[in-house]
Design a protein around this ligand. Sequence first.
Ligand SMILES: *Cc1c(COP(=O)(O)O)cnc(C)c1O
Length: 361
Amino acid sequence: MTEVSLIERCIKPEILALEPYVVPSAQGMIKLDAMENPFQWPGELYQEWVKSLAAVSLNRYPDARAKVLEERLCAVYDLPQACEVLFGNGSDELIQMILMALAGSEPVVMALSPSFVMYAMIAQVVGCRYEPLALDADFQLSSTEAEQCIKRTQPAVIFVAQPNNPTGTVLDPNVIETILRVAPGLVVLDEAYCAFTEVDYTPWLKCYENLLVMRTFSKIGLAGVRLGYLLGAKVWLDQLNKIRLPYNINTLTQCSVSFALDHSDVLERQSQLIQAQRVYLQQQLSELPGLKQWPSQANFILFRVTVKAADRVHAQLKAQGVLIKCLHGSHPALAQCLRVTVGSAEENTRFLTALKKLLIS
Ligand SMILES: *Cc1c(COP(=O)(O)O)cnc(C)c1O
């Protein structure tokens, strides 16, 4: 037995106070809780990918700067000229790198509220102070509110997910413009869901010197490889690159994503299918009684149940083999809210059938 006092002497109080990030088991279930892409690659492509992996030298360290991968990325996506790329082991690692770089003894980190939980969680781990930028009941924000909140708290960095998670909503570009203009430090626009929306702030990189845009391969079919990337001016990324652990992007990831980029048409078609399924789900949900949904531009839909407790709906869906996310209790604005990831046509039908039965009975 290790002495409790020894643990308390060695571990930072903010870590002792933290709840671990729990991922529920989804074995044998229709998994609509984590914004994954439901599709496999066609058989031939899968075989080709396996072959490409066989050429990798596992005894060697990865390419430290992932140059081949970077070239593919820039060739396939139309990224702005004069903008650099920094890779992370998922965008979660990039968030961590940004927060570890901030000056001051307790730098202020701001993010929309509610939003992706990792901003606040990593802030706590690395000793930053988290300040919410509160959204209204429809998850919108006025320029005035944004300006007042930013001026009052002087954040070193502001994370704005567009579309936002878990709401699926986007802000008016004028509000984003205000945030960029009044921010005393960095602004990171998190475009994790860019494959499912027209919203794209990368053209703004050349206009705002305090802007970074962050993206990930997780939501477009490659959650298992863990690759995120940050776009921005070399002067910023050169500094952040010093914090990056050497070889943070493993060889199998570099190889697999380079391969996927060579077949980006497949990823693109899958994202189109998911968008079409989202429209179908939105339309079906709108016909159900006792339910309010918010307009989503991502691969998930946030909705509130008004006739039954959200945690009961969640548990009853789970009992029928459908796993979605219950957000009730995570934030006051998300009371009685659930979030469903858009799956394949078959998965969505299974979800809708189960939900209908629950809400109508
Ligand atoms: C899923 C998600 C991420 C995390 O992406 P990884 O690359 O898997 O770490 C980042 N930001 C938002 C808003 C997300 O929803």
